[in-house]
Write a protein that binds this ligand. Structure first.
Ligand code: AVI
Length: 336
């Protein structure tokens, strides 16, 4: 993985807080993530039941597979959210306001955030992501196309903490968190992240967020276990990423993808189930997975609009507007 400090076009001028000016409209900031991946992964893998935090699904292969998932007929989330954005673009833009700082959380290649540039005319566009690989070329592309906007990339793991105070100026901020990514946090973690966002957005700022809604179990199960097996490959690939980070020898082919809707918890769960006994060496000791034993790799929480609005209120947001598609499959909120 490259990082901003390794970018060949970096200017030697070093700005405060680890940010550095690349040229007059593009700034890179890199928060050195604490090297806690290995202990965090080992702790989860020796636990009973074993677990892998979902952020590890996104190495380069995992990110590409996720892009493919977003195009699948079963995975309605991306296209339904997009349809809501298209249908209610003007009303959403009127609620969010123009000429603000725009923070694209989990920006990736910034395509979803860039779609709002015309409608919201942000003064500053701040892309926040755990990986530079997609953000770096996206910001360079956008900086070339929009001469009136200042672009900034912040490379950080905001599942730990959202440390942006030094990157924002005193003007209002619109946070953008699409794709129901908030659903990959537990409700307590989601509340913590939403509270951090609310503190950072300032009195006249707000949060534009897309959140999936509970629905028919079979549709949900199909969305997370598609017919051609892209989601299965995405899930199994996490073991390749773990092998690289921990230095162990999981055989992804020895695990089966399992996805189901846990209705009482209002979440889709993804697991990897051992097809036969597996012995994996972790930090010098052996971890044996019995046939049928599972590793929990992801939760994807679904919220009824009144439940999510209540979570936003608990995080300190006041005025909340909601837009939905006709079938009520997905919801987009602007919270002030
Ligand atoms: C990124 N996140 C919102 C996706 C979701 O729907 O929870 C990740 C995903 N997992 C399986 N398919 C897609």
């Amino acid at each position: 993985m490259t990082h901003w400090a390794a970018m060949p076009w970096r200017s030697p001028e070093v700005a405060p807080r680890g940010a550095f000016r690349l040229h007059n409209r593009l700034i890179g900031a890199w928060r050195q993530p604490a090297r806690t991946d290995r202990p965090e992964l080992i702790e989860g893998l020796v636990a009973q039941p074993a677990r892998i935090p979902p952020k590890y699904l996104y190495d380069a292969v995992g990110s590409a597979l996720f892009e493919a998932i977003c195009e699948l007929p079963e995975y309605y989330l991306t296209r339904t959210e997009r349809a809501i954005f298209v249908a209610h673009r003007d009303a959403i833009a009127a609620a969010a306001g123009r000429h603000r700082q725009f923070v694209d959380l989990g920006a990736g290649d910034c395509r979803k955030g860039e779609w709002w540039v015309d409608a919201l005319a942000p003064r500053r566009f701040i892309a926040v992501d755990i990986s530079t690989a997609a953000v770096e070329p996206a910001l360079a592309r956008m900086a070339a196309a929009h001469s009136d906007i200042e672009f900034m990339g912040v490379i950080t793991d905001f599942s730990r903490t959202l440390d942006l105070a030094g990157d924002l100026d005193s003007g209002p901020v619109t946070f953008f968190y699409p794709g129901s990514s908030i659903g990959n946090f537990t409700p307590d973690e989601a509340l913590e992240l939403l509270t951090q966002i609310r503190r950072l957005c300032g009195r006249r700022g707000g949060l534009l967020i897309g959140v999936d809604v509970p629905k028919d179990e079979q549709r949900l199960a199909a969305a997370y276990d598609d017919a051609v097996g892209v989601t299965a490959a995405f899930n199994r690939n996490v073991l390749n990423h773990v092998n690289a980070l921990v230095g162990c020898d999981f055989d992804p082919a020895a695990f089966r993808h399992v996805a189901f809707y846990n209705a009482p918890a209002s979440r889709v769960e993804m697991h990897l189930e051992a097809l036969r006994a597996q012995c994996v060496v972790l930090d010098g000791s052996e971890r044996v997975f019995a046939p049928g034993e599972r590793i929990h790799t992801e939760n994807s929480y679904k919220y009824e609009p009144q439940a999510f609005a209540a979570l936003l209120r608990r995080a300190g947001f006041a005025r909340i507007a909601v837009w939905r598609d006709e079938a009520g499959d997905f919801a987009v909120y602007y919270a002030e």
